[in-house]
Design a protein around this ligand. Structure first.
Ligand SMILES: O=C(O)CCC(=O)C(=O)O
Ligand SMILES: [Fe+2]
Length: 439
């Protein structure tokens, strides 16, 4: 942890700070814990995240006071004691409070780049996404009674933040403690922990590493998960589904009519094994399986979206027998045995990720790898020679794709209704389809 401090927003004092302009933090990720009671202690406030703009300069949103409900933004108003953990690179700001005082604890955390992340943990996968792409967000809940908030892989510099119960902060008698778990592998060259706080906080190195860190197997879950208050868990689930799932690329559903055009472009038939790298809730795979009778493989780093995919598939006999799902980092998955049967590889990823994966994608379609076809939705893959393409649905003059009614009967359109409206808005991710390239 590079820095931790308490921020006070004060609507009662004319000279007090009431809002915080849109900005990015100089951190790998930031922790923001609401210390005040939003029911009783202040009105307004909240943290606004902007998933569209990068905030590198004023034109791009930095420096402006956050305004709620803009397109492509998401306001988080957590319950007291809930932590928001987000990429420092994500543009965000503190919304104006109208009444009272709002205290938050903010911490900036950095992790050395060479640190290996665990693949079995969506938190770690998100951290990896930060390291690679600089924007992603995920959440962890904190804790009615004060426990583990944030944790990276045990082999990484162990950062844990414990909040001692009760959570309520009283400026006269601070009841917030930050424990940094031992061993604290902090770079001795840099000034490690610097705390600015009003009120002062105690910082302690824990006496011993928690037992769970000695042998960490399987996905890590916050111990507080089970008893977290409902408001916080609802919020986290909702936010998680929208954001955590997007640790690599935004989740954008693909419509049925568009799937038919993909089938035509890729020449997908019943004898194919289609692998969707970053399959999300597997709605596209289900549609392809139903349309063509193909088999399918889905891979995603996001456990929550995969859980939805599993539920979707379990309800659908046609899909249940034909789709195999895996939770893994995409590059790792491409080198696993589970990937081998693939005959058609499907990606719907952002350009930075396509660039990072390009060597693996190229290797996957070499003749020696079995003449696979590769379909990239929306974005071309740098350095690969395009063999065919289709344009955006609206921009295309072909007529086969305008059948709206056919899409409404299928399950994946339900997912579209679930998706926040802005995910399909041009400001967010261009149009929701944007054509495809065949390699
Ligand atoms: O008010 C908030 O929730 C945002 C605080 C913040 O982003 C910061 O202090 O860096
Ligand atoms: Fe910030």
């Amino acid at each position: 942890m590079r820095d931790a401090f308490v921020v006070q927003y004060d609507a009662d004092d004319p000279a007090g700070q009431r809002a915080l302009a849109m900005h990015t933090d100089a951190s790998l990720f930031s922790v923001n814990v609401l210390l005040s009671d939003p029911e009783r202690e202040f009105i307004g406030g909240g943290t606004l995240f902007d998933f569209v703009r990068k905030g590198l300069n004023e034109e791009d949103g930095a420096g402006a006071e956050p305004v709620a409900a803009t397109e492509g933004s998401w306001t988080v108003r957590p319950a007291q004691g809930t932590a928001i953990v987000h990429s420092g690179q994500l543009l965000h700001g503190g919304l104006r409070i109208e009444r009272g005082k709002r205290y938050i604890l903010v911490g900036f955390i950095e992790v050395r780049r060479e640190t290996p992340y665990a693949v079995d943990d969506s938190c770690a996968a998100a951290a990896d996404a930060f390291a690679k792409f600089g924007h992603a967000a995920w959440t962890r809940e904190a804790l009615g009674s004060g426990e583990l908030l944030v944790r990276l892989h045990p082999q990484s510099p162990e950062v844990e933040i414990h909040l001692a119960a009760p959570m309520r902060i009283d400026p006269q008698s601070p009841e917030v403690e930050i424990h940094l778990a031992a061993p604290m592998r902090i770079d001795p060259q840099s000034p490690e922990v610097e705390i600015h706080s009003a009120p002062p906080m105690r910082i302690e190195a824990a006496a011993a590493p928690p037992s769970s860190s000695a042998a960490h197997h399987g996905p890590w879950m916050p111990p507080s998960m089970a008893r977290a208050n409902k408001g916080a868990s609802d919020w986290a689930a909702e936010l998680g589904a929208r954001i955590q799932g997007n640790s690599f690329a935004p989740f954008v559903p693909t419509r049925t009519a568009q799937a038919a055009r993909l089938v035509a472009l890729g020449g997908i038939t019943a004898s194919d094994v289609v692998c969707d790298l970053g399959c999300g809730d597997a709605s596209l795979l289900c549609t392809l399986v139903r349309q063509t009778g193909c088999s399918a493989i889905g891979c995603d780093v996001n456990g929550e979206l995969l859980a939805r995919a599993r539920a979707r598939i379990a309800d659908d006999d046609a899909c249940a027998s034909r789709i195999v799902l895996s939770c893994a980092l995409l590059a790792d998955f491409m080198h696993s045995a589970a990937f081998e049967p693939t005959t058609v590889l499907l990606v719907f990823l952002v350009p930075q990720q396509l660039e990072a994966l390009a060597p693996d994608l190229r290797a996957a379609i070499l003749p020696s790898a079995g003449h696979r076809r590769l379909l990239s939705l929306r974005y071309p893959i740098p350095g690969l020679v395009v063999r065919g393409s289709i344009g955006d649905e609206e921009g295309s003059s072909s007529s086969e794709d305008e059948d709206e009614s056919s899409s409404s009967s299928l399950a994946h359109t339900t997912r579209m209704d679930d998706a926040p409206a802005w995910t399909s808005s041009p400001a967010y991710f261009g149009r929701s389809f944007g054509g495809a390239y065949l390699y």
